[in-house]
Design a protein around this ligand. Structure first.
Ligand code: DGT
Ligand code: MG
Ligand code: MG
Ligand code: MG
Ligand code: MG
Length: 268
């Protein structure tokens, strides 16, 4: 087919091909979720509805898009790891980023009512996105460790902060002053001595965030079938093995996780 004289404008598109062999990480983060959480009455410091909705959206992203080997989420963010040998959309960064973010954002709105029941969605939420390339397995593991360490640091701080405000009646400024310069050990001590809380017994989903990995799961469904020679339909149970993005709330900083699931980083 003859090309139009306008074709040349295509040359203005920048090449954003991701470097070969690198792990492609796409991280998204809720836009101004400080305000979004306030306006939608999120419980403090952790709202289970919000965390589970985020994970539902991430599972949808993994199921709908190609080549994602795992995901990690906490607070208003999720990171998706595309396999290092992926050739999805010829490895164009803009394709990875925009497909992940738009699929996630539309899912957030689509599934909102399943998690928030009688809390209406008051305005359309937005998410930012970025793509980061990691050339080695160690770089990728360190990236994920960084996000999980961030989850721990913020959650420990927020847990003590909201105890001081909600239980001890401190103002937010007073609570902030009280925690100024304290180390992790000091925060654990405040929780234990003043609120009888052993931080290590707080739910894993708050302390570790959520890891999504592919696992084979058996699904039992009932099917109506008509057997030969019989006139009536019969209900039978059918077991199917499906691969699903399954949530875990475990440590991913140590070696144990990577030893237990070597297929995540294996070349395929
Ligand atoms: P950004 O990302 O620069 O547009 O601004 P924010 O406000 O989204 O800031 P960010 O992403 O650094 O921090 C996440 C905010 O979301 C933080 O203010 C607390 C809020 N948030 C996330 N999860 C929860 C939750 O479960 N409960 C409550 N109350 N707030 C949450
Ligand atoms: Mg945010
Ligand atoms: Mg921010
Ligand atoms: Mg955030
Ligand atoms: Mg098109």
């Amino acid at each position: 087919m003859a090309k139009s004289k306008f074709e040349y404008v295509r040359d203005f598109e920048a090449d954003d091909t991701c470097l070969p062999n690198c792990w492609v990480v796409t991280r998204l983060d809720g836009r101004n979720f400080h305000r979004f959480a306030e306006q939608h009455g999120f419980s403090k410091p952790n709202d289970d509805r919000a965390l589970h909705l985020m994970t539902k959206c991430a599972q949808t992203v993994m199921q709908e898009l190609e080549d994602i080997v795992m995901a990690y989420g906490q607070s208003d963010e999720y990171s998706f790891v595309f396999k290092n040998k992926s050739n999805w959309f010829k490895r164009r960064a803009s394709k990875f980023m925009t497909h992940v973010v738009s699929q996630f954002a539309s899912s957030y709105v689509f599934y909102w009512k399943d998690y928030f029941k009688d809390q209406p969605l008051l305005y359309p939420p937005g998410f930012d996105g970025r793509v980061i390339l990691y050339p080695s397995n160690q770089n990728l593991k360190d990236y994920l460790s960084w996000r999980q360490a961030d989850c721990h640091i913020n959650n420990l701080y927020n847990t003590v902060f909201w105890m001081l405000v909600q239980r001890s009646g401190l103002t937010p400024v007073q609570a902030q002053d009280r925690l100024q310069g304290t180390l992790a050990g000091d925060k654990n001590e405040i929780l234990f001595s003043e609120f009888n809380i052993n931080y290590n017994n707080e739910p894993l989903i708050y302390r570790k965030g959520t890891v999504l990995i592919w696992q084979k799961v058996n699904e039992v469904t009932t099917k109506r079938i008509k057997l030969p020679k019989e006139t009536e339909e019969k209900e039978v149970e059918v077991t199917r093995t499906r691969t699903k993005a399954v949530p875990l709330h475990c440590d991913i900083i140590g070696d144990q996780f990577w030893e237990e699931y070597p297929e995540i980083l294996a070349d395929s």
